[in-house]
Design a binder for this molecule. Sequence first.
Ligand code: FES
Length: 304
Amino acid sequence: VSAAAEEHNSEGRPSGAPPGAPQAFPWPVLVCFALTAAGAVGFAASYWVDAGTEALGATFGGALAFLALGLALWSRAIDAGEPEYVEQRSPLRTAPSEYDGFRAALAEQPVRRSGVLWSMLGLSAFSLGGAALFPLRSLYFEHDVSPDEALSRTDWLPGRRLVDDDGLPVKPVEVGPDSVITVHPEGVDPGKEVDTVTVLVRIDPVELDLPPERTGWDVDGVVAYSKLCTHAGCPVGLYVETRYQLLCPCHHSIFDTRRAADPIEGPASRPLPQLPLDVDEAGYLVARGDFSAPVGPGWWRYPE
Ligand code: FES
């Protein structure tokens, strides 16, 4: 018998502890599983109210972390109740008194207590599984429209003003011939609705060559295009005013703003969608409607 075994009686408990003495209940394990369930519910709530990626990551990551911590603490608690010892080989038969003691101990406490922990573990696993189902909704319907409709619609509505990064409305005269202005729909959080980001450029009306069906989409040569590259969605923010070209810095696609932002170089195969423009009574630029096509990369429909 090892030295460790000598310090324990035949039931594997410390010599001083009475047979069948209850172990301290591992409350931290219970708390961890409860926090796992709370994190999973928080994830579902964050998804529902569209609280942002940070909230989704924090709640779901927290739930997983507390689940792992709870399982680790539980295994430690089990180990603590089972001290190491070396069993003697003979006699191999369990004495009737030991057998009765084991049954009595089993009936007394461990099963009921671990039942609580198993229940809480089940609740946390069920909550996590339920929370994991929520993002599936994003793959199918959002705001009660089909994915195709959702990709085709943005928050640009007829009559909605164009505002700059500071939220100020823009007049056509503010768009210089050598500048490009980034604009967003008034009243829309550009941090959340990235598909609405738009650039304004001014083209000499003599140079402007839009398709006939887009007659009147410019205001005195000022035209608006989606800022999302149709190759892989990078912001198209570089402008060569001498050639009226918008450049994407990611893979060097070039778009001709005179001709409805047709791609003339690089991997993009689709024009930048155009936003039809107008002015309101106060002289500020407004949208006539939504973009001419879905914005951003179009892998789901347009082969590159
Ligand atoms: S993302 Fe613009 S060229 Fe690739």
